[in-house]
Unconditional design. Structure first.
Length: 243
């Protein structure tokens, strides 16, 4: 993984909602090491690690699960290195049952900045083609890497704002994600996100087509759970948040 940064809990945790604070689940936590991947390097490494038989057998949801497991193994290796160095360390992931705000952690750690126009995280080199994969919680106050000095949206004509076929964004900073969810549930944007593709930053770093489809599939699963679509419509909202 080619992106990382460090944030102290004091710099972001107090602003998180009750139930999503790192300090509520990790007693003694002082810092987080946020880990991400930009562009297609991580996915290309994953494909390069597979045998011919694995390429043939892993497709669709099986490929998504295989990639997620492979990437998680890389993170857990880093956790092991930290523990052997004497740190109390534990990894947390965006798809954990008890969710936290990875976007805020990643911004505080200097991996990305949040677009004030649409719901995208942006990097100076990779643009919106980034994934925040995990955070390692440690019991030591590590030196913070600091936030990025990067303001990509000022002066931009914001082609992203009108790119969504579902009309998710009516104006800068205002979104109606339920529209996106309904559009996705009906089969729209299966191949990729037009809003992400419209961003002029880092276009040469775009995800590989299969990688982008996998990310879209993962996001659709989150949307179904969040907005009660598909089989999730039978599950009460409070219970949906526990899965």
């Amino acid at each position: 993984m080619n992106l990382w940064g460090i944030a102290r809990l004091d710099d972001f945790d107090p602003a998180l909602c009750r139930g999503s604070k790192i300090s509520e689940r990790h007693e003694g936590a002082r810092s987080v090491i946020v880990i991400g991947a930009g562009g297609r390097d991580l996915f290309d490494s994953y494909l390069g690690s597979m045998s011919v038989r694995e390429h043939a057998s892993n497709a669709g949801s099986a490929r998504i699960a295989s990639f997620a497991s492979w990437a998680r193994h890389l993170v857990e290796n880093e956790v092991g290195h930290l523990k052997r160095a004497g740190y109390a360390a534990q990894a947390v992931y965006p798809n954990d049952p008890r969710q936290t705000c990875f976007a805020q952690m990643a911004e505080t750690a200097g991996l990305v900045v949040a677009s004030p126009v649409v719901d995208l995280l942006l990097h100076p080199k990779f643009g919106p083609w980034v994934d925040v994969r995990a955070a390692i919680v440690v019991d030591t106050a590590l030196p913070s890497t600091g936030e990025l000095e990067f303001d990509p949206c000022s002066g931009c004509s914001a082609p992203c704002l009108k790119a969504c076929p579902a009309g998710t964004y009516s104006e800068a900073g205002r979104s109606e994600l339920a529209r996106c969810a309904d559009h996705r549930q009906s089969g729209g944007c299966y191949e990729g996100c037009d809003v992400r593709r419209a961003c002029p930053i880092g276009r040469d770093q775009a995800f590989a087509p299969e990688q982008e489809r996998m990310r879209q599939s993962q996001k659709l699963s989150w949307m179904r759970r969040t907005f009660g679509l598909g089989i999730w419509r039978w599950v009460p909202t409070g219970l949906r948040r526990r899965f």
